[in-house]
Design a protein around this ligand. Sequence first.
Ligand code: DC
Length: 230
Amino acid sequence: MIIAIDGPSGAGKSTLGKMLAKKLNLLYLDTGAMYRAVALAVFQADETIENEKKAAEIAKHSKIELVGEPDSPQIKLNGQDVSDKIRTNEIGQMASVVSSVSEVRKILVEHQRTLGETAPNGCVLDGRDIGTVVFPNADLKFFLTAKPEARARRRYEEDAQRGQISTYEETLAEINRRDERDISREDSPLSIAEDAIVIDTSELNLREVYEQMLEEIKVKSDEGRGTRDK
Ligand code: DC
């Protein structure tokens, strides 16, 4: 089973993706972490993020691995655990820039498809283009969204827990900047797949969204079983 979860940053994709993967015993793939890892590799190579050719070259030669259980995933860049390093706002902005480079996307999309297709029980992937580009035939597609203010509030609280210093206003401005870039880029912009189930999480708590998603998955599995039994 392939489950796609797309949506803007701070809508709850990764937390819910991890919860579902754990519950259903599926692989969890945080595709944003892969773009972040490429951004970090560009940063470590002292290259400017605007050098698209160089970014593609770096993406091609970087070994990006996602390891560990869904509730404690680790991301490795060329053998080094970079799970914390990729979570800064600076790398987030750089990832948003690097993700608009078509050649970088091509490399990472291929990697994501291979990982998803070879996962023994299936995979939950979270990102921006999973249901539209990476797995257009996914069994189930969710698009999680929320008002920018709600997303900024959550991101701000997460950052504070990690010890990152920023204000709510800065976080909101950062989210709006990133959304604008992710929506307006030419290659695979953030968009809602025609057959996606859209959930606005602004007024819902985590548990409510989780239950709703599980219910949709159950309906889908029952449908599949019904078709097979006929
Ligand atoms: O989900 P995130 O905030 O960690 O993602 C970081 C950046 O990567 C985000 O600005 C958009 C980009 N991204 C993308 O273009 N496609 C994906 N499938 C996942 C993330």
